[in-house]
Write a protein that binds this ligand. Structure first.
Ligand code: NDP
Length: 349
């Protein structure tokens, strides 16, 4: 069995979902009540691969909402409690979705393995970042040519280049895709220098310097809501892959020459009998899901019960290739531009 740990995208959404699911106390409750609420095992379902193999999965809502990010102890407890519940239910491999993997890594929760009477077994969990990075690279490779962008000559900016997903995307773009030039964007200079040395190339720029030069921009950083982008300064055409969370880039870029694609989203070949992706605002919630969740499914399909994606900046090209091949084999495809209309496939209804 595989598991998915997730959360609502806002406190308001969380209350609405609680009402829909019949949790009236939570629906009426203030944030303080939600801070002390335990994780909820929301639903169980089956998924059948294109190979014909059927597996069982469970969705656990951590009862975390982004409004709790500034409360260190609360955020920590939410992630730990959800992981404890997944392990107690005997789930083989569980993906840490949305902010839960970021909280795990940024707050260094690997130091706290004992949760009450449960010793968390790390090999039961994955961040799902290897599959997310592979899907984002595939979205670049499949869609840039549809817009007339020749990747061999193109400048590809990676915003969040030194992050777990960003560094894997840079590695792939440099070694597998072979893009014209990589533009590396993040805040901490030393980490950028180290990455450039590892890649054997790439140019370190600020966001303001990189955007006007880039034919493709991969966003893999959670950026401030206040970020403003001057659409007129961008290249024509320009492909933007919105791989961060929340996915709100399309509201910041207003230009017919710029195509914004929701990054790290896959579509499955057949319907899945779950409700959870309705909550995540997918246009086709029976089939579309986050690539990190899909990684837990892929590991279960393949019988790989280990923490496939774990820690920071450990993602190898071999692991990306392995999970990518499994992704195709079991029936996932990356969300892309419709080749006929050149419009992005819809995500939110
Ligand atoms: P990391 O924390 O490992 O990396 C974040 C990166 O962003 C770092 O390079 C960081 O470098 C950079 N960064 C942060 N703030 C800024 C800023 N203001 N300007 C420029 N760079 C910045 O995160 P992950 O790689 O694990 O995840 C990256 C993003 O992907 C997150 O937003 C996450 O929510 C999202 N994600 C999406 C998924 C999906 O859609 N399927 C799945 C998993 C994650 P520095 O601190 O030096 O600036």
């Amino acid at each position: 069995m595989f598991g998915l740990i997730g959360h609502s995208s806002s406190f308001r959404d969380a209350r609405n979902t609680a009402r829909d699911l019949g949790f009236e106390d939570l629906a009426e409750g203030e944030l303080d009540l939600w801070c002390s609420a335990p994780p909820q095992l929301v639903e169980s379902f089956e998924v059948t691969s294109s190979t014909g193999k059927t597996i069982e999965g469970t969705y656990i809502d951590s009862c975390f909402v982004p409004e709790m990010l500034s409360r260190f102890k609360t955020a920590t407890r939410k992630v730990q409690n959800a992981m404890e519940l997944a392990q107690k239910r005997g789930i083989n491999i569980t993906a840490l979705g949305g902010f839960t993997s970021i909280i795990f890594e940024n707050f260094n929760l690997a130091k706290f393995q004992q949760i009450r009477s449960t010793l968390l077994q790390w090999d039961r969990f994955t961040t799902g970042n290897t599959h997310t990075a592979w899907v984002i690279c595939r979205q670049v490779e499949q869609n840039a040519p549809r817009l007339g962008i020749d990747l061999k000559k193109a400048k590809v900016a990676v915003v969040g280049a030194t992050g777990d997903i960003g560094s894997a995307v840079c590695r792939w773009m440099a070694n597998k895709t072979g893009v014209g030039e990589l533009l590396l964007v993040a805040r901490q200079q030393q980490r950028l220098e180290d990455l450039r040395e590892e890649l054997g190339g790439g140019r370190i720029l600020t966001l303001e310097q990189a955007l006007p030069e880039a034919d493709v921009v991969v966003w893999v950083a959670s950026l401030p809501q206040t970020l403003e982008i001057d659409s007129n300064s961008l290249r024509k055409p320009c492909l933007m892959i919105d791989g961060g969370y929340p996915k709100n880039l399309d509201s910041k870029v207003m230009s017919e020459h710029v195509t914004v694609l929701k990054g790290g989203i896959v579509e499955f070949a057949r319907d899945i009998g779950w409700q959870m992706m309705t909550v995540a605002d997918m246009a086709n919630p029976r089939r579309q899901l986050f690539a990190c969740f899909a990684e837990a499914m892929l590991l279960e399909f393949e019988g790989i019960h280990t923490n496939f994606s774990w820690g920071r900046n450990n993602i190898t090209l071999e692991a990306m290739e392995q999970i990518g091949m499994a992704s195709i084999r079991h029936g996932f495809s990356a969300l892309g531009i419709d080749p006929k209309t050149l419009n992005p496939q819809p995500l939110a209804a």
